[in-house]
Structures are given as structure tokens and as C-alpha cells.
Design a protein around this ligand. Sequence first.
Ligand SMILES: [Cu+2]
Length: 696
Amino acid sequence: MEIELKPLVAALAIALATISQVTKAADDEAKLSEITVTASPIYANRIDSSDSTSLLADTPGVSFYTNGGASSLPVIHGMNDERVKVLVDGMSITSACANHMNPAMSYITSTNVSSTAVIAGLTPVSMGGDSIAGTISVASASPVFAGKSEEVHTEGNISAIYRSISSGSTLSVAASVANSSLSLGYVGSQDKASSYKDGNGNLVRDTLYETRNNQLTLGIKGESSLIVIKAGEQSIPYQGFINQYMDMVGNDANNLNVDYKANYTWGKLDARLYWQDTKHTMGFFTSEKPGAMPMNTHGKDLGYDLHAELPLSQQNTLKLGNEFHSFKLDDWWPALAGSMMMGPNTYENINNGKRDRFSLFAEIESKLDLQWTSLLGIRTDRVTTDTGTVQSYGCGMMMCGGDDAAAAVFNAANRAHTDNNIDLTALARYDANQSSTYEFGFSRKTRSPNLYERYTWGVDDMAMAMIGWFGDANGYVGNLNLKPEIANTLSATARWNDSAHKEWELAVTPYYTKVKDYIGVNKIGMSMMTGTSNLQFINHDAKIYGLDLTTKTALWDNSYGSGQVKSVLGWTHGTRTDTGESLYHIMPLNARVTLEQTLNEWTNAAELQLVGNKSNVDSVRNEPKTSGYTLLNLRTAYQMKNVRLDMGVTNLFNKYYSLPLGGVDIADWEAGGSVGLPGPVAGAGRSINAGITVKF
Ligand SMILES: [Cu+2]
């Protein structure tokens, strides 16, 4: 499987690229939309973490917010989480949790990811919508079919991975049976980890988790069509969230995903229908962060995508699309028996919430001459949101709190909203010669508020502390008047390389984004319960600018195999326009430099990870500053015919450091009696990681 996956990964990458790019035989030509496809690191990085976001660690412009051990939140160019469009096997899955404990990428474990594609910044409208930062697309393996010479094809693999720092383990199994037109596949995985230790050998509390994922794939291949049906099931019995007040004590989700691709005389059609049902429970399960409070959510995603690609002429290809995505959400907190604060009624946080998106787009890619290519797109997303009436815990043994009055105001208010959003993308590429290419363009992208931003209503300290996916210990309340945020981005990429594309490569991408009505926060008070801030979502303007830089240099090609060094550097600056205050969680200057050697069956790598001081912080959210650090990671892999061995050490020198996007360590703060404000979250100490994959 390992060996056969490589062409599959390449095929998927090309398929993903053609989804937005079309026409040209997808050879070595750089794609207009700056698609970055990471194929090889999938095996290299996956022993480091079961979190599928770790597979994108090398991608320029991409970073991650710490969340649970299996569910980091992605950031592209300083814009986080739902500002990024994330597609898992083509599906849009919405976080069904006030803390975004179950974001889209938490539904696929790193061993099950077969391909990843990232479009940072200027996203073609065919790959965008309801997002402002860019698009991340991850996919599990496509169905395999029997070749011409075989009647029945069977294949499979078993992987086992161990990570010493958390006594973490991943077990995964994949098996397929197929003839030339019908394919049935199964993939299952279990990931388990205890809380990890930091570089000083101290336990980093409440970072333990266990996840289980199962997926069945049915493929039906016709003359010029392919139907792929994927049915997935996830159960997470527990997952600690170090930077949240609550933990996950259950996440049970089922999904169904039907994709139909066909070639017609007029062009290509890609139609997808998908559904997911998520039952999510929060509470407490570990003495590392004790507590008592039940919270439940039930989310349902249902959507379809219809994408058609019409070659108009040799030069022009038209892409048309219609999408629909519906999300329904209930979020309620049952009364806690005997509690003075939490009862006697059930607290209705979001009752019968819905958010529907109906989208249309048109995009045309034109090959103007041998050197110039252009891409123009327009898209509309009509987003309607609404929610039913709510109720507070009621007046228990305590006096009625502010939430009772707040519920009455909320229930009397007009809550239905319709946003008519318009996105535009205009891109051009100039292939100057064999060794230089320039891309540049403009995009206008819009994201409508999510249900929690618009419809959370509780103003008491306890209720507010439960809302927020920022890991900052602050409390949040929604805002019925929130408008969509609109990002206008100018960006360019210059690529230079040797004319044979073998010796060296240098690419630089500067970007500038002005976000109108950026959904940020205003401070409305201080929590008497925790001493942290109480914040309300509010629109204010923001600007973000920065630079991505990537290099690749071949070093040797001789009896020591081949060697190369590659590097990725990212720098981002983001501020609120009116106050000049830094936006929250902007990744400080950072770089990765990797020396790689390939020698026969061996692949070896030494990776230096450099992160600068974080001194620009959001004081409104009490964001802690963090110091810079350097980590050294080593990896080696040995590929035999049917067996692949991976070994690695992350943080070789066992360096103690704080995660710049880790939020604050609520677990440790509570263990120390919640004195003052919580400090930053420590990163993991040295871990020895090993994995084996056996193909059959
Ligand atoms: Cu949750």
C-alpha cells in the first residue's frame, strides 16, 4: 500500500488541482491558484502526531491553534479556523461545539489521509466561499480497481505507531477488494495518548485523548464515470482540552458522502451529496482537570455540490457551480442536580439553530498566449441563519442572574438573518521563461458569522466562560447585529529556479489583506468567577500583511544518494485598524529548514524548526507573550518491498518552550488554585517515535 499509494497520491493531487484548474494536461506547470500539494511528507510527518493538521506543518503560510490532541485549528496567513475553508473528502463539516472541539479535520486521522492540498490567499471562487483565508482540502484514499491482467484485486496494510512523550499509539488497518468496476474498501484507526510531558519532564495536564475512526468506501467505475460512496463513523470517548474549561467526554459522528464524476461530450461533471450527524458531549473525565457540568450538542450537516467544467475553446475553460450547505445545531446544558448555579432548568444555549448557504459561481480560465494565463471568477453565497427561543438555568436557590433577563431580550428580538455575499477572484500568471514565473491577483472573499458568534446570548460569567474557541480563558457572548467579514487581498508569487528544475528553487509570496467588518471582540467586563475578560463579538476593520518564502537546493547526487535542503519561512503581521492592537494569535516569525537524504531504501531528514519571540499580542484577550525557540527533529525511514519502518525524534534536545498559538494552560492554572491569569501552554519535550507499516 505504501508503495502503491505514491501514484495514488499523485493522481489525487492532480485530480484536486484539476477541480479548480481544468484543461491543461496537469504536467509540471505551476498552478495558477498556488495549490501546494504535499505528497511525500505525509509519511514523513505522520509518525509525529495523529492529528491530521500536523501533515501541513511544512506548508507555507499555514499554522495551528492548539486545541485537543486530535483537533488543532488551522490558520492561513493569520486567519484562523472557520475563516479557512476545510474540505474533508470534499465535505464541509461544521464544528458542533461552542469551543470548536470537533473541527472538520478532527474527523480524519493522519494515517488515513492520502492527499492534502492547500490554497493560501487568493483562492479561486470554485474552491472558496464562506471563508476568507484560503482552502485546505484533505482526502482519504480513493477506491482501487483491478488492473487488466487480474480478475480480483486485493490489497491492504496495517500500521502501528508509537510516540514516547505521551505513550501515544496509533493503529490503523486498511483493506480493499475489487474487480475492474467495483471496489469495496475499509479503513479503521485508533489513536490513544496520555498527557504529554514538557521539556522539563513535567506533565502537561489534560492533553490526553482517544479517538476511533472507521470508514467504508464503495467505488463503482463506468465507461467514463466514477461513483465513490464513503460512509464514516467516529467515536471519541474522551479528549482533554488544556486551554478550555471543559473537556470532551464523547463525540459520536456518522457521515455519508456520495460523489459522482463523469465525462460528457460537453465537459466534466462532479456532483457530491453529503451528510453528517454529530452528537457531542462535554464534561470532565480526568483528575488532571476535575469538575462537574454536563453540556450537549447535536449538529447536522447536509449539503450538495454541483460542479461542471466546460471547455469553451482551446484557450478558454468555463467552470460553473452550485452548492448548498445546511447546518443545524442544538446546544443545551442539562441542569446539574444539587447545583445552586446550574439549574433547575436546562440551559438552552442554541435552540434549533440553522445556517443555510446557497451558492452559485462562474469561473473562466484563459490561456491568453504562451506566457499569460488568467483566471476570473465571481461567486455569490446567500447565507441565512436563524435560531429558536432560549432559556436560562432559571432562578434556583440563587437569585435570578443576568441570564434570565438576557434570555427574555433575546427571545423578543428578531433573530433571522440573510447575508448576500459576493466573492471575486482575478488572477494572472506570467511564465516569463524557463526559470521564472510570476503570479499576482486580487480577491474579495466573505465569511458570514457562525451560529455561536451571532446567537450565543448568556451574559453571566459562567455561561460566557463556556463560549469561545480561542483557548484564552475569556468569556464570550454573541451579537445579533454581526455582519459578514469581507477580506480584500492583494498577493503575488514570484518563482525562480534553474532552467532544468533540478538544482534550486526560490519562491516568495507577499500578501496584503484588508478585512472589512472583521469579527473581533470588545471587552464588556471582567469575570468575577475567573478574573479573565468577558468579551462580545463585534465587527471592526483589520489588516494583515506578510510574506511566505520557500527555497529548495540540491546538494549532492552521488554514491551517498541524493541530498537536498529545503526551507519555509513565514512572517505575518495583523492589527485591528482602529486601535492598532495586534490581532489575536498571530504566529511570530518562523521557519523550517530540512536537510534530506535519499539513499536506496533509506530516506533521512534533519529538520530545524525556528520560532521567534512573540511580542505582538492581543491585550484585550490577555494573550501571553512567548519566547522564541529552536527545535531539532530527526527522521529516518526504510522502505522494503512490503514493509516500511519509520523512526524519528522530535525535539531532540528536549527543549522547554511555550506554544505561541497554544492559548493558555487552564488545566495547570486550575490545579494551582486559579490564581492570577493562566500562562501559556508548554510544547512537548523529546519524543521518540516509531512506526511500522506492513502491506499485504
Ligand atoms: Cu465541545
